[in-house]
Write a protein that binds this ligand. Structure first.
Ligand SMILES: [Zn+2]
Length: 303
């Protein structure tokens, strides 16, 4: 879909994780790609022979930054909370959950794994992908949240929307009436806040705030694609309802006498068949911890 200065680039495999939908800004003055995770083929098809001046990441997750290395001549911009990953990849290990579940040695081992192009891969997550390393080699600058940023002639506001990660934000184009909602993605899986830096309550508040932006079109980062304002409200409600469904399942497990430490094996967020991948195991455990805290606080801070 093409807007005034912005084109939506559908990712490979319907932008399913670990691909994502990317945005191309081309207004005659600047060429910028936001979250270049659509895949090399999709990006090349959309770009043609254009030279990319800027790569802009909404947050540090693999699917949103793994394509940075495809544009070695572009300037890279990340949000101010997470820009440190470009000089210290170990921060990913901290925020995504490795340190919380596997300790400092886990982080050190992970850094060695991703530095090698030939590391064996895990089954359901991009945990060991070399693009983690390749795509964080360039020096990166940071943008400012919640203020008009002019990219060539194109105005964008990087709306801070913490919860998915601490630094997560949604690029909002006031002149196009368009917002890229990224991982507020309306998928059947539901909201994802399973990194150490995720926060259930903030996710809910941020999603509701993004829905109130003065936009006609909401571009999700995965699967659902470009959704009209009228459709977005209803779909968002269903998407956020998954949090309550998880909470109800959790209470059911506890009432059945299942100990909190045994809940991950029942699959509160991830069905057990996926829990053969170390990162899925990690995210399930962290997700259960966050839901336990959310329950104890009666909608506390979910952290
Ligand atoms: Zn993400």
């Amino acid at each position: 879909m093409q807007f005034q200065h912005v084109r939506v680039i559908q990712g490979s495999n319907a932008s399913k994780f670990p691909a994502c939908t990317s945005l191309l800004i081309d207004d005659g003055d600047a060429v910028a790609v936001i979250d270049p995770g659509a895949g090399p083929g999709a990006l090349a098809g959309a770009l043609g022979n254009r030279e990319v001046d800027m790569v802009i990441n909404t947050h540090y997750h693999f699917d949103h930054l793994s394509g940075n290395h495809l544009f070695p001549r572009a300037r890279v911009y990340m949000n101010p909370v997470e820009v440190g990953v470009f000089s210290n990849l170990g921060l990913v290990g901290e925020w995504i959950g490795i340190r919380e579940v596997f300790g400092e040695e886990g982080v050190a081992g992970w850094l060695k794994t991703v530095a090698r192009p030939d590391s064996p891969q895990t089954e359901f997550s991009p945990s060991s992908r070399h693009e983690w390393w390749l795509s964080t080699r360039a020096p990166a600058g940071s943008y400012v949240y919640d203020r008009v940023w002019e990219i060539g002639k194109t105005r964008v506001v990087m709306v801070h929307a913490p919860g998915h990660t601490n630094g997560f934000c949604c690029p909002y184009f006031p002149d196009e009436g368009l917002v890229y909602t990224g991982d507020i993605d309306l998928t059947g899986f539901g909201p994802w806040y399973c990194g150490s830096d995720g926060n259930i309550e903030q996710f809910l508040l941020s999603a509701q705030r993004v829905a109130r932006l003065d936009a006609e079109w909401f571009v999700t980062g995965h699967q659902a694609g470009t959704v009209s304002r009228a459709d977005f409200a209803g779909k968002l409600e269903q998407f956020l309802e998954v949090v309550n469904q998880r909470q109800e399942r959790l209470m059911g497990f506890l009432e059945a006498g299942i100990q909190p430490e045994d809940i991950p094996s029942h699959g509160l967020l991830y069905p057990p068949k996926y829990q053969v991948d170390p990162w899925v195991v990690m995210w399930e455990r962290i997700g259960v911890r966050k839901h336990m805290a959310f329950l104890r606080k009666g909608k506390g801070d979910g952290n």
